[in-house]
Ligand binder design. Structure first.
Ligand code: NAP
Length: 311
């Protein structure tokens, strides 16, 4: 009987590679109890993709589970404490996606700052022809950027923004070795100092609403928020209020609460760039993520060291 269970929707290539490992497939953790008890007992490794919770109740349905290999660097859907308590190892796919996520963050920042969506609409709708030039917008290069969470992705974003001659400020739990960049131990102080606030924190309960109403309001009326982390890291209702009331200039967001059924208030806002959680969504990076996920499964089943362990 199969010892590997693949949860989630995989690309054709990933699916083929997992089939070569004789994996059993289900769509989400909700489908676990549809498996026969014997099938569940045989499972030692799960290749997990998705954002539905993988908590104690789901783990207990797989009594011989030893590994959850997450597809993605963010593993906030998995209850790590519950996994550790059961002796279940968790792995993720760090680093291979940094470039794509950082590229998207910078692209969204410029897209919002330079009003590229609205300007494109101006041309497409014939207003350029009928009414003339699009209105002037704001210079992005040389601005002041604040990164909330200077981890792997945050650092790649900061490096890119530095190449745009931006002054770099950041928050992390500890100061990093980054000559010329300004550390803030307090996110409110960071927000006060910058025009662009780029959120690159981990998700999960510890960072819930870390970008609070106070942080958002400290950013001020020229402020633009960029979020590529998770919807949970920002007080989304407070951000929507601030966007509607002009307390901040705009937002560029790849992640939301309740994706994909996001708050309809976003759709009425002209000062928001919306991306459908596609930060790592390139063919190349998704292939690398799938490979790293499977390499962790292979290592685990062979009794070898895991490549990218979380716990
Ligand atoms: P990382 O290297 O672990 O960096 C995470 C950052 O979060 C670090 O700066 C860390 O601070 C900070 N942090 C962690 N726990 C915290 C806490 N309790 N309070 C305050 N700050 C905390 O992670 P990464 O690889 O850069 O990935 C970051 C996140 O991006 C992922 O977890 C994922 O949710 C998201 N992501 C999104 C996409 C997308 O498609 N949009 C794709 C990939 C990843 P320290 O430096 O002090 O440790």
């Amino acid at each position: 009987m199969a010892d590997t269970l693949a949860i989630g929707n995989y690309s054709d290539e990933d699916q083929k590679a997992l089939q070569e490992k004789s994996a059993v497939f289900i769509g989400s953790t909700d489908d676990l109890d549809g498996l026969e008890p014997g099938q569940r007992e045989a499972i030692r490794a799960v290749a997990f993709k998705g954002h539905k919770p993988f908590g104690p109740a789901q783990m207990d349905l797989l009594p011989n589970l030893g590994l959850i290999a997450n597809y993605g660097v963010g593993y906030d859907a998995i209850d790590i404490d519950a996994a550790s308590a059961r002796g279940v190892k968790v792995t993720n796919t760090p680093d291979v996606l940094n470039d794509d996520v950082a590229d998207l963050a910078v692209a969204m920042l410029i897209m919002q700052g330079r009003e590229m969506r609205q300007a494109s609409e101006w041309a497409r709708s014939g207003q350029w022809k009928d009414k003339g030039e699009y209105r002037l917008n704001r210079k992005v290069s040389g601005g002041v950027a604040g990164i909330v969470g200077l981890g792997r992705i945050g650092r790649d974003i900061a490096d890119r923004l530095a190449a745009f001659k931006m002054e770099i400020h950041y928050f992390a739990r500890s100061e990093k070795e980054t000559p010329g960049w300004t550390y803030h131990a307090d996110p409110v102080s960071l927000a006060k100092a910058v025009d662009y606030l780029v959120v690159a924190l981990v998700g999960g309960p510890d960072t819930e609403k870390f970008v609070s109403k106070e942080v958002i309001e400290a950013l001020g009326p020229r402020g633009i928020i960029v979020n590529i982390s998770r919807g949970t890291t920002i007080d989304e209702a407070a951000m929507l209020d601030a966007l509607e009331q002009g307390k901040i200039a705009g937002a560029a967001l790849d992640v939301f609460l309740n994706e994909p059924d996001i708050d309809a208030r976003f759709y009425d806002l002209d000062n928001v760039v919306i991306q459908p959680h596609q930060g790592s969504g390139t063919v190349e990076t998704r292939a690398a993520m799938g490979q790293l996920q499977r390499d962790n499964v292979t290592a685990f089943l062979a009794g070898k060291d895991l490549l990218t362990p979380v716990n």
